[in-house]
Design a protein around this ligand. Structure first.
Ligand SMILES: C[S@@+](CC[C@H](N)C(=O)[O-])C[C@H]1O[C@@H](n2cnc3c(N)ncnc32)[C@H](O)[C@@H]1O
Length: 359
């Protein structure tokens, strides 16, 4: 079996394809800049405008804005009207590139490209010498992750994710205890605490930076049913077991995922539920050839998820550990009742609904 996607072997076509890759790589970086500078949001509210007008409306330097606009026009995202030298963000693109478009704002994920590129030198050293990089090596990681989670988890939590678990919303309304492992910036658990005031919520993360970010997000909300703690999930320390434990995109990059899953099992009440969101892919490379985010997944793994685990002499499972490995590892710690569900329009994630049965 060959694992190559069939492509024309004509040298000119190959060169042209590689040039396209160069252009697209450059464009992803410029889309990230457009998001961070709010240029897309500003342009979505302007009629076709000159670079001067756009720069002024965004409070940015015109010369830089004009060069960015050039890249966007070349990338086919922004339309240029040469007669009056105006630029326009078509509504079809605004629907995927503005904050108003949340949860469909794809500019959010583009930020991972520059976040990852920042560690290129260190990762090359890892290629040569092994080892990995700690979370602290990635400026803005937790901030971008929290923004991404705001779209991929929080926006679909109430109407999409929670109903995947039978009776869960009813139980949350009545009042249960919930732990979120690897909560990062805490957006998901905060949303849950807001929605279900009778339940008690705790978010833990090993990163002090992530917990500080989570606390800063929630301070103004004055929630009395939510706390955050810096804790290593490989050494979870709670007096009482929980009714529900969640892990959103937080198991595959663990240094000791087997230990973390064992701790989750032990910190669940009998009949308690573990809800694990993790990457929907196979551990076999050739099974992922049609995955819509295939190259991105292996890249983010190599430059981040696998590396942060290896930094602690960990398992280095990587982003593409696969449904097969996930199921085996859940079963190894004693979970027997596992179902895997998906949400329509979310090709990236599996939702593992795991019940602890001790009989
Ligand atoms: C990919 S991020 C996901 C964060 C968050 N759940 C979200 O969806 O935005 C993984 C998180 O797991 C945390 N983490 C990694 N190892 C951990 C450990 N041993 N104990 C607790 N948290 C850990 C990281 O600090 C990071 O915030």
């Amino acid at each position: 079996m060959t694992t190559n996607i069939l492509k024309p072997k004509d040298p000119l076509a190959i060169a042209s394809e590689l040039l396209d890759i160069l252009n697209h790589g450059a464009l992803s970086l410029m889309i990230s800049i457009g998001h961070r500078t709010q240029l897309f949001d500003v342009m979505a509210n302007l009629p076709p405008s000159t670079s001067d007008t756009i720069a002024e409306a965004a409070g940015l330097n015109e010369r830089y804005v004009r060069e960015w606009l050039g890249a966007m026009v070349m990338g086919g995202i922004i339309t240029y009207h040469p007669n009056d030298r105006t630029y326009e963000l078509p509504s079809e693109y605004a629907a995927f590139l503005t904050r108003q478009a949340t949860p469909n704002n794809m500019a959010v994920a583009m930020q991972f490209i520059p976040v990852l590129a920042q560690v290129e030198d260190e990762i090359i050293r890892c290629f040569q010498q092994g080892g990995g990089l700690p979370y602290t090596a990635y400026p803005r990681f937790h901030e971008v992750m929290a923004e991404d989670s705001g779209q991929s988890v929080v926006a679909v939590l109430d109407e999409g994710i929670l109903p995947l678990v039978p009776r869960l919303t009813a139980n949350l309304s009545e009042g249960i205890t919930v732990l979120d492992v690897g909560c990062g910036g805490g957006k998901a658990i905060t949303k849950l605490a807001q929605l279900y005031p009778r339940s008690q919520f705790v978010g833990v993360d090993v990163s002090e930076e992530a917990i500080a970010l989570a606390k800063s997000h929630t301070e103004a909300l004055g929630l009395h049913n939510l706390t955050f703690e810096v804790q290593d999930a490989a050494n979870l320390n709670f007096q009482q077991p929980f009714d529900l434990i969640t892990a959103f995109d937080a198991i595959h990059d663990q240094a000791y995922p087997d230990q973390v899953l064992k701790n989750i099992y032990e910190n669940l009440k009998d009949q308690g539920i573990f809800l694990m969101q993790d990457i929907r892919a196979s551990r076999d490379v050739h099974q992922n050839l049609d995955h819509p985010a295939r190259t991105f997944l292996y890249t983010v793994s190599c430059l981040h998820c696998m590396s942060v685990s290896l930094a602690n002499n960990g398992a280095g499972l990587g982003t593409v550990w696969g449904e097969e490995t996930a199921l085996e590892m859940l079963q190894d710690v004693g979970f027997q009742d596992i179902s895997v569900k998906q949400l329509p329009h979310d090709p990236m994630n599996n939702f593992y609904i795991v019940q602890k049965n001790t009989d």
